[in-house]
Ligand binder design. Sequence first.
Ligand code: B16
Ligand code: MG
Length: 217
Amino acid sequence: MNKKAFIFDLDGVIVDTAKYHFLAWQKLANQLGIHFTHEHNESLKGVSRVRSLEIILALGNVQATEAEKNKWLVQKNEEYLSYLVTMDEKELLPDVPRVLAFLKEHQQFIALGSASKNARPILEKTNILHYFDAIVDGNDVSNAKPDPEVFIRAAHLVGVSNANSIVFEDSVAGIQAANTAQMISVGIGDPLVLHEAQYNFKDFTSLEDAFLEKLIN
Ligand code: B16
Ligand code: MG
């Protein structure tokens, strides 16, 4: 039987946590006198926490010591986590449970490939942790997307070749990472932004079971 690895990004694919990252970064930016907008937030999607802070500080031309940066990283994360306290399965993006259930029913491997260090508690809170055969997140990798490390590790953990792995991503860097690893890349979001993806869907509601079946076979 064909057993492939279906690797999901987290933020923007499974849940919309970008809005919480935005609120937390904005609070810190305000405190530092930096103007931070929704547009700026777009450029932080899929980007690690440390790199996101560097981008925000550069926006405001703010120089800081390592100790200050570490303090702000902790502060931002505490603020972000405060928004996750009440998170539950209602925050899953539309049709995510259908896609996960379909892949499980068809005995496929399901893995997570995310830059977030908070991935595990989010999967727990949204009640989908049990679907995942492997989780690779920001705690496990040293090279951020577009480096393919996160997806290659995920495929490796479930013992599937890159060629038999399919990546669902909402960020350009993530699509590039999947392509570099010679995995099948599926863009979830704006097809104009994600034009480098092999396949594109606005969201999972337009991705039918027949497409998943095609990928499995
Ligand atoms: P954390 P993904 C990414 O998740 C987010 O898109 C990005 O905005 C965030 O900075 C990054 O995780 C790190 O998150 O602060 O929770 O470690 O899209 O790779 O699932
Ligand atoms: Mg993402």
